[in-house]
Design a protein around this ligand. Structure first.
Ligand SMILES: CC(C)(COP(=O)(O)OP(=O)(O)OC[C@H]1O[C@@H](n2cnc3c(N)ncnc32)[C@H](O)[C@@H]1OP(=O)(O)O)[C@@H](O)C(=O)NCCC(=O)NCCS
Length: 166
């Protein structure tokens, strides 16, 4: 049996019908993601419905770093005393309204964590900027921890993400 969804790097796919209910996240995929890909500012991954080729969801990844001092003390004290910590940032993540509530947001997160873990450069954690409180709760539900200094920014050490994969 073929899989109902596949995840592919953004290229020439038709993404004009994508609607997650949040206009800035729709506009980003429709108008900006291709340019960010070409400039290597973000890598965009699409969750594609294998039966219809519709885009059911997407997320973006970019390299980043956070200050060691911004991590919770309990985490920071176990890490090397370098001032900055290498991370991969999930810039945007969204699921089309027709596909929400089917655990596809979780599928995208797992894919992002696996991708961050399998890159050939050092990555301690995946971090995300949640656009609102509901989104922050979604990430907490999936094991992310809030930064004390910025509660809409959350992180998940790659090692613990891999250890808890469904
Ligand atoms: C947030 C979003 C990505 C969730 O995707 P989804 O496919 O509908 O959610 P899932 O079906 O994968 O949910 C998986 C789990 O997360 C939980 N969940 C979903 N949204 C949640 C929320 N806002 N708060 C807490 N838990 C949430 C579900 O209850 C489910 O729990 P379970 O696995 O224990 O049953 C999606 O609703 C969306 O794209 N919303 C608009 C854009 C957005 O808010 N993006 C957030 C990133 S900035």
């Amino acid at each position: 049996m073929t899989k109902p969804f596949r995840i592919e790097r953004l290229a020439k796919q038709d993404r004009s019908g994508f609607d997650c209910g949040i206009p800035p996240l729709n506009d980003y995929l429709h108008k900006q993601a291709g340019q960010d890909e070409r400039r290597r500012f973000a890598a965009c991954y699409l969750l594609v419905d294998a039966a219809t080729s519709e885009v059911a969801g997407y997320y973006t990844l970019a390299a980043g770093s956070v200050l060691l001092g911004d991590l919770p003390q309990a985490t920071a004290k176990k890490l090397p005393r370098y001032p900055s910590v290498p991370v991969v940032r999930i810039g945007r993540l969204a699921v089309d309204q027709r596909y929400q509530g089917k655990k596809l947001g979780g599928v995208l997160l797992v894919d992002a964590i696996q991708r961050a873990a399998s890159t050939d450069v050092g990555v301690y954690a995946v971090i995300v900027d949640a656009k609102d409180e509901a989104a922050a709760t979604f990430y907490e539900h999936h094991g992310f921890t809030r930064f004390e200094s910025a509660p809409r920014v959350l992180f998940l050490p790659v090692a613990s993400g891999l250890a808890n994969l469904p």
